[in-house]
Write a protein that binds this ligand. Structure first.
Ligand code: WQD
Length: 377
């Protein structure tokens, strides 16, 4: 698929993994990122992993979140390239932070999306894959969640995702030329099997898996389990964890659908999950097995805004996008640990190795994986 794709937030956790898969599938990719919660090191590593296709990746640093300047940056990018579609990852994504700083979230996630859509419309680019979230479901009465469940976010982060979805639905209703895929991620975890790409949250991790990872590499002493008195198998919260590479492939599948001859998607939501629920304690146990490390636990109070159980119904994406998650919890923990022990401080400089040393060391280890991907993709 030699399409030209603009990826906003392409230096981020899911964005970088998706950009790599797009390059390996033959796309030309421009990505823009403000690097607030990401690193330009990820871009250079994506180029490296993409091999010869890495030359089809351009990176544009978004120097400001200020709306006017954001619009100017998007216009400059669209002046330089005719894009066939846009994948929109850019935004803030910490649930707790969204409660403390709602205006930041409405500005970044809602106004930021409106600005992008205005520029896309001005340049006649009306194919969009939007990074939505399972948090639009809030705390459903039952599981698994199908895409037609009531949408009732429990925090400003989820509300911004629902508002952006509603804007997309209204935009399509106003102009059916818009073809929009709303991808609702469940809980992205894991890392690229090469050990060169992974999640690198700023400050104290909000999410479970990066926190567990930081305990395992002794950056944090213990993991606090937020509540163990839920009506679940072991009393702890249950979620649908999905490997970030599966999630990246889901974006490729969504783009393929958008470009299918005579495809009239309209504006459709798809769950990207595995359809399986895993508890906090099951994640801890799987990570201990993968890492050989003990994760000391403290049992604390429930976290405000948390639901008890949330996992996806996956039939719609399987049948309409011909996409199904391939990896299980074991591979997610294996790859997360491989990333952690090779990058204990994320993309920040590790104590001893320079960036070139990290890449060359990991490349030797990952050559088999890399050649497999090149042959099969
Ligand atoms: C998972 C479970 C916690 C941390 C959010 C967003 C979602 C997506 C993923 C962006 C829960 C428990 C966590 C800790 C714990 N974000 N936990 N101790 O809240 O399900 O989903 O992040 O795409 O949209 O809503 O993810 O990883 O924060 O929590 O016990 O230190 O782990 O209570 O049961 P969540 P999470």
């Amino acid at each position: 698929m030699s399409k030209s794709i603009l990826v906003t937030g392409g230096a981020g956790y899911i964005g970088s993994h998706t950009v790599l898969q797009l390059l390996l599938s033959g796309c030309h990719v421009a990505t823009v990122d403000n690097l607030d919660n990401s690193s330009e090191v990820a871009i250079s590593r994506v180029r490296h992993l993409a091999g010869d296709s890495g030359k089809h990746l351009s990176f544009h640093k978004k120097k400001s979140n200020e709306a006017r300047l954001k619009k100017i940056i998007y216009i400059k990018i669209f002046l330089n390239c005719r894009f066939d579609a846009v994948i929109h990852f850019a935004g803030s994504k910490a649930v707790g932070e969204s409660v403390a700083k709602p205006l930041l979230y409405y500005n970044n996630n809602v106004i930021g999306t409106i600005i992008l859509l205005e520029v896309m419309a001005a340049y006649g680019c009306k194919k969009l894959v939007f990074s939505s979230s399972a948090s639009v479901y809030g705390s459903p009465d039952r599981v698994p969640c199908t895409e037609d469940f009531p949408l009732a976010p429990m925090n400003p982060y989820g509300q911004t995702k629902l508002m952006a979805e509603d804007i997309c639905r209204d935009l399509h209703r106003s102009d059916p030329e818009w073809q929009i895929m709303l991808l609702r991620y469940f809980n992205p975890v894991g890392a690229h099997p090469s050990g060169l790409l992974g999640e690198d949250p700023r400050g104290i991790p909000n999410n479970l898996m990066p926190y567990v990872q930081q305990v395992a590499v002794e950056r944090r002493p213990t993991l606090t389990v937020f509540g163990n008195n839920y009506s679940t198998k072991d009393g702890t919260g249950v979620r649908d964890y999905i490997h970030v590479v599966d999630l990246a492939d889901g974006h490729n599948a969504a783009l393929n659908k958008l470009f299918e001859k005579d495809s009239k998607i309209g504006c459709e939501a798809y769950n990207l999950g595995t359809g399986k629920g895993t508890s906090v304690l099951e994640i801890v146990s799987a990570f201990e097995k993968a890492s050989g490390k003990k994760i000391p636990l403290v049992f604390g109070e429930r976290r405000p805004g948390d639901c008890e159980v949330l996992y996806a119904a996956t039939t719609k994406a399987e049948t309409q996008l011909n996409w199904k998650a391939k990896y299980g919890i074991e591979e997610m923990c294996r790859d997360q640990w491989n990333w952690a022990c090779n990058n204990p401080y994320g993309y920040g400089k590790s104590d001893s190795n320079t960036e070139d040393e990290i890449i060359s060391t990991k490349t030797k280890a990952s050559d088999s994986w890399f050649s497999d991907v090149c042959i099969t993709s």
